[in-house]
Design a protein around this ligand. Sequence first.
Ligand code: GN1
Ligand code: MG
Length: 371
Amino acid sequence: MVYNRIKNVLRAFRFAGRYNHAEEFSSGNVNNTYHLYYDLTDGSTTEYVLQQINTYAFKNPEEVMCNIVRVTEYLRSTMEAAGESTDNRVLTCIPTLKGEYMHRDGEGNYWRAYCYIHDAIAYDRVERPEHFYEAGRAFGEFQRILSDFPVSELYDTIPYFHDTRRRFYAFVAAIANDKAGRAGGLEAEIDFFFDRRKMMSEIVKRIDTGEIPLRVTHNDTKINNIMIDEHTGRAVCVIDLDTVMAGSALYDYGDAIRYGACTAAEDEPDVTKIGLDLELFREFTAGFLSEVGDLLTEEELACLPLSIKVMTCELAMRFLTDYLDGDLYFKVNSPDHNLIRAHAQMRLLEDIEEKYESICRITQGLIAARH
Ligand code: GN1
Ligand code: MG
């Protein structure tokens, strides 16, 4: 039962009212997340989100919370200074009774809580194209507001998170170690990544040479990390800030297209259903450029199409690496889940490669039209 898993933790936080019930969110692949309902004395309900931080992924949860507190305070004060309401638009952390933003339970697990973003939905799949435009606008706005934040002051919560060169070495090590005894029979998959080794290193290479700047980026820009207002269809709040740290604008752009513009789910087993929806890709790109079109450098703008390939290749390889390691990182619902995810992302990448000329042409048109 959900309650048994969280009952000792609830007491640690300054929640208002009386606990009513809790539900588990199923969509995250890394942390465990619960939706809490509390009754207030006036008869109304208030809701919270409680999360157990996955310490296999995040080795230093204190640093994660430090980044989140700083970034949310910065977003809030910038919006207030611009005369905008911040209600429901920025994550609000709930302190513990000790006045901290993290609780460590008796078993050494780390927990944190937020106010629930009300009247809004985190879609796992794009249901209406205009929502994806909104997602692009919101992730772009997030980067634009944080463009004045001192990026070097953020902790690297997962060092080298999108460093595709290191990810490639980790993949090669996983094949060599073959911890789960699964490498046999994966020759075609392994060749797939060796064939794309140069392509996937093109962004980190440009970061190393200084051609592409480091910015404060979100680094996990799935559509379900944006809350969409259920009445207006506007994006209200960017969530899942665990990986906010120094990164490239291209990571956020490419990963959002990879996930949201795909014609099927990230773990669709029937690869014939998988492809890149050019209409959705255009929507997100237009929304993103409406906020950062003037902020991004010429080099960043030129690399937008490349980033879609790089991020799709990275995720395909991460899923296959985790499959080879025996499913240590991502949550799985079957022994083949990570392999299914890897195959889906590989098929998506092939389709992106086939449509690459159209992707470049549409992007150039949107860049030219941004003024
Ligand atoms: C994880 O936690 P979630 O589901 O938002 C992962 C992302 C992957 C994504 C793939 C910290 O995101 O990098 O793109 O799964 N987050 C982390 O679904 O590794
Ligand atoms: Mg998430």
